[in-house]
Design a protein around this ligand. Structure first.
Ligand code: GDP
Length: 529
């Protein structure tokens, strides 16, 4: 197979959802279709359950699992599918945001009874910012839930999408009979005694035919015809280009648990979802078809075995081919590196590979060379864009609790920050360190890992910050900026890239500061202009 065909057949995507909507179940069913696993239950849910906050072993166990489920690859028809895992728990949202920089499209799973939930809103907002093509899967149709039209309204309003159904449920919950597939124009009946895994597909291009009554009954047939008419009038026709441009989002209905409606979703997905897309770097747009290799680090995983301190850096290949033992240029560190055992990921395992293509994820063993966002090339000096830090939501001072282990603490904190576990800010005034996180859970994870991986002990102390604002003065030499620095002295810090950050204690303070210092711009993510 040629290079271009290899690119064309790749589909690298993420499944996003609010916890419990059915992401893990759907992933598993997709793997079953791909023949990548033989039975249900093989994919572990790596979410951290509520209440397990202090159960470190649980966290560790789950982190271990999430290494292997970070990338799940399989072949389906003639396509190579790479599913990137995205943690649903809100405390790990940053991790998910970063993973979204490496996907070419997403499937959003929504629970038919719960509708659009908080995490779904946040994640879809990030996808929309980047115009990532989105397919919506409405799950758990075997249960009573919201009316399909109401739900599509909700999806449009809360998520700001423009939807068009490509499948539509016939009944719901107890009366759920199956799905009309508008994409393939057939009916899939959900039947059989156990109502489980039994599927019968009946081609049905003309719903006006009286056959419909015979198959699903008089009332439901009548209702379905009305609904299909309404769909025809109200929703736009599916247009692949609009979907690829992020302007139109197809919707599917089904039940992941019962493996119903999943094949329809997958068959349509492999046809319409994009192959690897061009990616913006700070200097230029990089096309996957370019011969020279380029890629970026979007995730770093620590090795859980304390005897092997190396980590695994996950690289998304953007262009060219990544080859074993070939030197690549680490742009930030300005040096060439060679990798003798790059890993590729399959269903549940990783293997050493000789060559990888655009769209693929390669795992590189790393002893501390990589940070999230680093770019590898064949010598070109460029950096991929799009891995910003967002303002954390929690802030605490970190104190050394064991004076003999100060070095270990510094090293541990440094490395954990490189992994993207949390953000470090150093106060200008006194060099005290502040750790900012998205969720309170991270503080426990950090404390535990510092102790077990680096032999260091820490304590925390509250620091009342509402938001971190990245600061950029119009003129660094202006009196206004000097005055800003003088007044805000106690709240100024540097992030790990040495950018100036103002730690504001309230929205009110931010507003006051903005009106008082109009020429000192405040930003809420680390990547601006
Ligand atoms: P995740 O947190 O999004 O990964 O959700 P899971 O895949 O772990 O599913 C959460 C719960 O919903 C589990 O108990 C699943 O068995 C259940 N579930 C998933 N899909 C369906 C479905 O189609 N119907 C029903 N009734 N339950 C489902």
């Amino acid at each position: 197979m040629g290079f271009l065909e290899e690119i064309q057949r790749r589909r690298t995507f993420g499944i996003i959802s609010h916890p419990d909507a059915g992401k893990t179940t759907l992933t598993e069913k997709l793997l079953l279709f791909g023949g990548a696993i033989q039975e249900a239950g093989a994919v572990k849910n790596n979410k951290i359950k509520k209440g397990a906050t202090s159960d470190f072993m649980e966290i560790e166990r789950q982190r271990g699992i999430s290494v292997s489920t970070s990338v799940l690859a399989f072949n389906y028809q003639d396509k190579k599918i790479n599913i990137l895992d995205t943690p649903g728990h809100k405390d790990f949202a940053e991790d998910t945001f970063r993973t979204l920089t490496a996907v070419d499209s997403v499937i959003v799973v929504i629970d038919v009874a719960k509708g659009v939930e908080e995490q779904t809103e946040k994640l879809v907002a990030v996808c929309r910012l980047r115009n990532i093509p989105i397919i919506v899967f409405i799950n758990k149709l075997d249960r009573e839930g919201k009316d399909a039209f109401d739900l599509m309204d909700e999806v449009e309003q809360k998520l700001g999408l423009t939807v068009t159904p490509l499948s539509f449920p016939i009944g719901m919950g107890y009366d759920f009979q199956g799905i009309y597939n508008l994409w393939e124009e057939n009916i899939n009946l959900f039947s059989g005694d156990s109502r489980k895994n039994i599927e019968e597909t009946i081609a049905f291009s003309d719903v006006k035919s009286p056959e419909l009554e015979k198959i699903i009954g008089e009332k439901p047939a009548h209702k379905l015809r009305e609904e299909l008419e309404l769909i025809d009038e109200v929703y736009p026709k599916f247009d692949r280009q609009e979907y690829l441009d992020g302007k139109l989002q197809p919707v599917f209905f089904g039940s992941a648990l019962n493996n119903f409606g999943v094949r329809e979703l997958l068959d349509c997905f492999v046809q319409i979802a994009p192959s690897p897309r061009a990616k913006d770097s700070e200097t230029r747009l990089v096309d996957p078809k370019e011969e020279k290799m380029s890629g970026f680090v979007f995730k770093i995983h620590a090795n859980m075995d304390p005897k092997h301190r190396d980590r695994l850096a996950f690289i998304k290949i953007v262009s060219g081919t990544f080859e074993r033992n070939k030197p690549y240029y680490h742009v930030r560190q300005k040096k060439n590196l060679k990798f003798s055992s790059p890993n590729a990921f399959f269903a549940e395992k990783k293997e050493i590979v000789d060559i990888s293509f655009p769209g693929d994820i390669v795992g590189l063993h790393d002893t501390g060379n990589f940070k999230i966002g680093d770019t590898l090339t064949e010598g070109e000096i460029m950096s991929f864009k799009g891995i910003p830090s967002f303002s954390p939501e929690h802030f605490r001072y970190i104190n050394n609790a064991d004076p003999m282990k100060a070095k270990q603490l510094d090293k541990g904190v440094d490395q954990l920050m490189d992994e993207g576990v949390a953000q470090l800010f150093t106060l200008e005034m006194n060099n005290r360190k502040i750790i900012g996180t998205v969720g309170a859970l991270q503080y426990e994870v950090i404390q535990y890992r510092l102790e077990h991986e680096y032999g260091a002990k820490c304590t925390y102390e509250n620091f009342p910050v509402h938001k971190a604002c990245w600061v950029k003065p119009n003129d660094p030499k202006s009196e206004e900026f000097k005055e800003f620095r003088r007044i805000k002295q106690k709240f100024l810090a540097h992030d790990k890239y040495n950018q100036l950050v103002f730690l504001a204690d309230s929205d009110f303070t931010i507003q006051m500061t903005q009106s008082k210092f109009p020429n000192v711009k405040l930003f809420f993510t680390s990547e601006f202009e």
